[in-house]
Design a protein around this ligand. Structure first.
Ligand code: GLC
Ligand code: GLC
Length: 820
């Protein structure tokens, strides 16, 4: 069953009923100001950091689920037509049935259109490029054959900035809320009197006939957002908040002749003043509005709103146009061309901080996560990838280890979340290698970057990469495999925790400095990273280092073959007692997906039959119609020595859920093994668009990937959770664009090596790369993956497109597939 449809031409998903199985959301903002917006206008906004600079309130885990948003109410002031006297044009929060409803989630904007009793409203929400504000542009149309008098209300609940404190520290917070109201604009200035230099504002293009800033004055005691008494009665109190819950709500009276259309623009914004210019007059406590007023004025004009919207569209068109494909499959086309690329950008901006499953409080930017996100977006915004790499590296510790997370506002490692995840540093190498392959900006390796942000500790970025490798080599276990530390990629495989206290966090509880538990996954990741280091050292002309990395790589491969191979697949780990996990010797957790993916991606077993053996074992033991599960059999009980992985009920999350992030590793591995049909089959199983028809089962948005789909052991097999912020986005993008379609950057140039389904007769793609736009046509001539290339009409050797010296900005590439 579907709840909407794709409109690929406009790069939108169109939801046609408000009661989707879960809120289906979108993101606003591209740089510093961000918002989450659901299909019923729920969500919240923040500046840079969802925890430390939260503008508006949102109540997670509420009933109804989606509580708090950027709400608009419409009130029929008369003459009265039969029907409700007030409603929400976005359905929530009044949930009064609408005659028509449609929500269009697009690239960085959302438009919610509805109609009730002949009054049509359409609200376009977006954040203009380069601004720290959001626009709600409401267009009202009167389809009645008589004049309508409509009151329009805006409504937001302000957050007192630190979202954690806001949700817990009521003894203080009920006394500190402050606002100012001037010319219809509401300024939220809690704590501005003391150490804050920022405030929020809600402004309106029309003259305001009333307002409220104290929540209870607007709602009425014991009432909720579904029926504010001020809207019901039409009477605002013009309340000024002193403590309690400051809100922003304005009433605008609109008269619409029959057939008439009018616009009302609201803007919700964030503004900072210079510390010594906070107040006006200087010795007062009144906000200095001199620098904010011109911004407000600008965006309350409809022409400027249009111009800003067109600029936003152009921005996204340009980003997405860097890689566009036409294949025989519409799910592939729309995911590659639109939604997967878009999601990759969102994960770049948010890491794992703010979604409808991540509260914006618990997590900052993940070290491992952000490095992987980069693999997906580096071709779209290489400059920001560069900046991100340097930020991440600056949180690395002198040992080569890393903080697991850092706060986006401060860019400092988050001590509370800790470190000791022994895979973390290796991901930095993958990210830097991807950046170099895309940009050839070798200068980045010379950038001086500190450790733990300590001035004076700077070293060239290359040194950071060397320490990442050394970190693993300094921590090898009894089988010469890498020690796992607190966990590896699987945060929940906690072999050194032995936690028996309820509620204790597996991620931060004191963990044993174990010298026994080892990870085959990290071994595979190490081989992959060492390969990149060899190429980098080669390029830098550092022969000794090249040799050292080659030797380390070979040693690690040897360790994998002697202790990490189980006969039919790669083992997962060794526990603190030195027993294998992910082996046929185990009762539960006999085979895991992660080591099969990473080891084959690292090239292990590709020159004999062991890679295909491992992949066949995946097919046999782990593949389901909804995707590939993490392991089998699921853990049926809690194992003290395994940790959080066994804390989940079977089939969910890390306990044998379909953890989508890992599925593309198998797609890539299958492609490397030359099995295009299998790679593509796995691709389609979790492709959200291909699952659109079962939205009532899948439940999450059909236009973006979710972190997890319930596995076979779960009663709700096939149900997705944790949509949006997941490494699934970047890795699926890499799997389809670089390995199945096979267009991938290398240190030497753009390589083309498609491993597509046998039934496809070819495809076309355009890819911008190092300043040149390649128009690539792939035509199948026979079975197999052999390729012959013609570049600009001339046959070339091999399959890396040579950089032509003729200065042409557009190059035609013809590929004949399956000829040899
Ligand atoms: C989450 C984390 C990621 C981790 C994965 C598996 O997606 O963000 O870092 O690798 O879970 O535990
Ligand atoms: C990852 C895992 C999750 C675990 C969390 C701890 O996100 O997916 O299951 O609880 O890490 O931070």
């Amino acid at each position: 069953m579907r709840y909407g449809r794709f409109d690929d031409k406009h790069r939108e998903y169109v939801i046609d009923r408000p009661d989707t199985p879960l809120p289906w959301i979108n993101y606003l903002g591209t740089e510093e100001y961000f918002g989450l917006i659901s299909n019923t206008a729920g969500g919240y906004s923040f500046f840079k950091d969802a925890r430390l600079r939260r503008l508006t309130r949102y109540r997670y885990n509420n009933a109804p689920l989606d509580s708090g948003g950027r709400y608009i109410y419409l009130r029929d002031d008369g003459p009265h037509t039969p029907g409700p006297s007030f409603w929400s044009p976005s359905w929530q929060p009044t949930r009064i049935p609408l005659d028509e409803y449609e929500c269009r989630h697009g690239m960085g904007y959302t438009i919610i259109r509805s109609k009730l009793n002949g009054i049509e409203s359409s609200t376009r929400y977006f954040v203009p490029l380069g601004e720290s504000l959001e626009i709600w542009e409401l267009t009202l149309t009167n389809h009645r054959d008589e004049t309508a008098q409509i009151s329009v209300y805006s409504a937001v609940e302000f957050n007192l900035w630190d979202a954690m404190d806001d949700a817990t520290n009521y003894q203080r917070n009920y006394s500190i809320g402050e606002v100012e109201v001037l010319d219809g604009t509401i300024y939220h200035k809690t704590e501005y009197r003391e150490r804050r230099d920022h405030f929020a504002y809600l402004a309106c293009s029309e003259s305001v006939s009333g307002f409220d800033t104290q929540r209870e004055a607007f709602l009425g005691a014991y009432r909720g957002w579904d029926s504010p008494s001020a809207v019901e009665t039409g009477q605002m109190s013009d309340s000024v908040a002193h403590g309690w819950q400051p809100i922003g709500t304005q009433q605008v009276k609109v008269q619409l002749e029959a057939g008439e259309q009018k616009k009302v623009i609201f803007i919700l914004g964030y503004h900072e003043n210079l510390i010594n210019e906070k107040f006006d007059p200087p010795n007062s406590q009144t906000i200095n509005k001199r620098s904010v007023l011109p911004v407000i004025k600008k965006y309350l004009q409809s022409e400027n709103v249009d111009t800003a919207f067109q600029a936003l569209r152009k921005y996204w068109d340009e980003l997405l146009d860097k890689y566009q494909v036409t294949t025989p499959d519409e799910h592939t086309n729309r995911m590659v061309n639109i939604w997967n690329a878009y999601q990759v950008m969102i994960t770049f901006n948010m890491s794992r901080s703010a979604s409808y499953f991540e509260s914006g409080i618990g997590r900052g930017m993940g070290f491992r996560d952000s490095n992987q996100d980069l693999l997906g977006f580096v071709h779209m915004l290489p400059d920001r990838a560069r900046e991100r790499i340097l930020d991440l590296a600056a949180t690395q510790l002198p040992s080569g280890g890393a903080y697991h997370q850092y706060q986006p506002l401060t860019k400092r490692g988050n001590n509370a979340v800790g470190g000791g995840f022994n895979d973390d540093p290796l991901w930095l190498i993958l990210a830097v290698a991807a950046y170099l392959k895309e940009t050839v900006d070798w200068g980045i390796l010379d950038e001086a970057v500190p450790y733990d942000n300590q001035p004076g500790s700077e070293e060239p970025l290359y040194g950071h990469l060397q320490r990442s490798i050394q970190y693993t080599l300094d921590r090898l276990g009894p089988h010469s495999l890498p020690l796992i530390g607190r966990a590896d990629w699987n945060d929940c495989l906690n072999l050194n925790c032995f936690s028996d206290a309820p509620g204790e966090s597996f991620q931060t509880t004191t963990s044993k400095d174990g010298k026994v538990a080892e990870s085959v996954f990290i071994a595979g990741l190490f081989v992959l990273a060492a390969k990149e280091m060899i190429s980098i050292a080669e390029h830098l002309g550092k022969a000794d280092e090249m040799e050292a990395y080659s030797a380390a790589k070979q040693k690690m491969e040897k360790a994998v073959w002697s202790a990490g191979w189980d006969g039919e697949w790669f083992r997962r780990a060794y526990d603190d007692f030195g027993r294998a996990l992910g082996s046929k010797e185990n009762d539960e957790g006999q085979i895991f997906i992660e080591p099969q993916g990473i080891c084959v991606m690292a090239g292990l077993g590709l020159d004999d039959d062991r890679a295909t053996k491992a992949l066949d074992s995946i097919d046999k033991h782990l593949a389901t119609p909804h995707g590939i599960v993490l392991h089998q059999p699921a853990f049926s009980k809690y194992y003290l020595h395994l940790g959080e992985i066994s804390s989940y009920p079977p089939g969910y999350k890390e306990n044998a859920g379909i953890f989508c992030h890992t599925n593309p590793w198998i797609m890539i591995a299958e492609a490397m093994a030359g099995r295009g049909d299998k790679a593509y089959d796995y691709y389609l199983r979790i492709n959200p668009s291909a699952r659109e028809d079962i939205s009532e089962v899948h439940k999450c948005e059909p236009y973006i990937y979710a972190q997890m789909i319930a596995g076979v052991d779960a009663p709700t097999h096939g149900e997705a959770k944790n949509s949006w912020l997941t490494g699934t986005a970047a890795w699926n993008y890499v799997a389809i664009t670089q390995w199945i379609l096979g267009i991938r950057p290398t240190f030497d140039g753009l390589e083309v090596a498609p491993v597509i389904p046998s039934g496809w007769d070819g495809f076309e793609a355009t890819r911008s790369y190092r300043g040149i736009r390649y128009e690539i046509r792939v035509k199948r001539k026979g079975p197999g993956n052999g390729v012959r290339l013609e570049v600009g009409g001339n046959p070339i050797e091999g399959n890396i497109i040579p950089i032509l010296s003729n200065g042409k900005k557009e190059v035609q590439v013809q590929i004949w597939l399956g000829e040899k």
